[in-house]
Design a protein around this ligand. Sequence first.
Ligand code: ATP
Length: 294
Amino acid sequence: MNVIEIKNLTKSYGKSRGIIDISFNVEEGEIFGFIGPNGAGKSTTIRTLLSLIYPTSGSATIFGKDCIKFAPEIAMEIGYLPSEVFYYDKMKVIDLLNYSASFYKKDCSKRIRDLAETMDLDLKKRIDDLSFGNKKKVGIVQGLLHEPKLIILDEPTSGLDPLMQQKFFDLLLEENKKGATILMSSHVLSEVQRLCSRVAIIKDGRIIKVEKMSKLTESNYKKFKVEMISEMDKNYFNISGVSNLEVKEKTISFLYKGNVNLIMKKISDVEISNVWIEEPSLEEIFMHYYEKEA
Ligand SMILES: Nc1ncnc2c1ncn2[C@@H]1O[C@H](COP(=O)(O)OP(=O)(O)OP(=O)(O)O)[C@@H](O)[C@H]1O
């Protein structure tokens, strides 16, 4: 079952493009990544989904319901962390969270305490005494306190230190194990790689690829680094399927796509002192898609 279905969604801001003809689905139980550079249209897509802004054309459903018509009902089951959080500065953290919790028909007080402890957030502090990262934590607790079935996160980790990012990811994985579906936007590809099972790549307002993470990372490309006994002509490895060929003294590195036997034979035919064969990082694959489409 699809928790989110986006069909041909377009949003123009006057003359400037926001998003163009966006379509993708997020299945129940998935952690789905939405990746693209600044200004690509991630926030616009998410804000349209949440009915914070209205599409120029196209439609979307969440839990099978139209996201505009049923917006208030759907909102009860969604936890949303915006890319930037703004609060009434004079309030105490606990008062703000209790106020947020009052919108839901359940007692969230224990959950607030547990989340605050996990995220190392001081509930007694005033919002305006908090650092940017700690304000982000307030947003995280606020988004998760009602145990939503769908968690939508817009650039969730900006402002969190690495330890907190890890705790936050563990928390998300736990929520996911309990059944929550997660849609997370990011331009930090390594974090998407760590968490998500499927991704949509957005560029200039358009989706350029929706793919399983495993497929995207295996992608047939392999990264080779060969250390030679003595310096040699780099063109030796310049066969069909080889790209990004680079030489640094006795070390030759390149990307290879094709029959692995052919390249292994080339390597074994010369004297080498070492070889490394790696999967390319998501960054490298991502750049490849971008260059291809540019
Ligand atoms: N309120 C607005 N008025 C006019 N143009 C807008 C508005 N909001 C967004 N845009 C434009 O829409 C496009 C998509 O912006 P959006 O904020 O959705 O991108 P993003 O992928 O979330 O980027 P970022 O990672 O920087 O937040 C950009 O070209 C942006 O300038």
